[in-house]
Design a protein around this ligand. Structure first.
Ligand code: DQA
Length: 161
């Protein structure tokens, strides 16, 4: 059964952070900057408030746990998903397949410009199911990603009514 969990009628978005992103702030600042995951989630919550949408942020280091969180997002009928899958971007057909189950827009984000890095980072399994990809803008990649997801979700609602 599809359950919608709406608070005050607001749309509901989910930001997913994959493997090793809990280590931001201590990890390769030349590529990922100095912001911690808590800083990023705080900036996203502030933007969600400005946009009058509900937001949940989730991070995990187990691939199966991320697939299960995506399945939960399907049951919850979230309105949009922003995902930085970290290294799983380049390796995980399973995560891309789980995302493909969702009926809402999915926006792929990365802090670094994956296309300007090692060859193995230049392929994304998620790109085939994402509405689009934003990378290379540090924390702003997430903020732009949430804005894009909200715009896409609102446009879909308008075309349905
Ligand atoms: C990343 C890029 C990936 O290649 C890397 O494995 C990460 C972070 C980014 O945000 O730039 O963990 O997704």
């Amino acid at each position: 059964m599809v359950q919608r969990f709406l608070h005050n009628g607001a749309m509901n978005f989910l930001v997913l952070h994959g493997v090793n992103l809990n280590m931001l702030g201590q990890r390769d600042p030349a590529h990922y900057g100095h912001a911690t995951l808590a800083d990023i989630d705080g900036a996203l919550q502030a933007l969600a408030d400005d946009l009058s949408v509900q937001l949940q942020c989730w991070q995990g280091n187990q691939e199966g746990a991320l697939c299960e969180r995506i399945h939960q997002a399907h049951r919850d009928a979230v309105d949009g998903v922003v995902i930085n899958a970290g290294a799983w971007t380049h390796t995980s057909v399973a995560i891309a397949d789980a995302l493909a189950i969702l009926r809402c827009p999915v926006v792929e984000v990365h802090l670094s410009n994956i296309h300007a890095r090692e060859a193995f980072r230049q392929h994304s399994h998620i790109a085939r199911i994402a509405a689009g990809q934003i990378c290379g803008f540090g924390v702003d990649s997430y903020l732009l990603g949430l804005q894009a997801a909200v715009r896409l979700a609102r446009a879909r609602t308008r075309t349905r009514t």
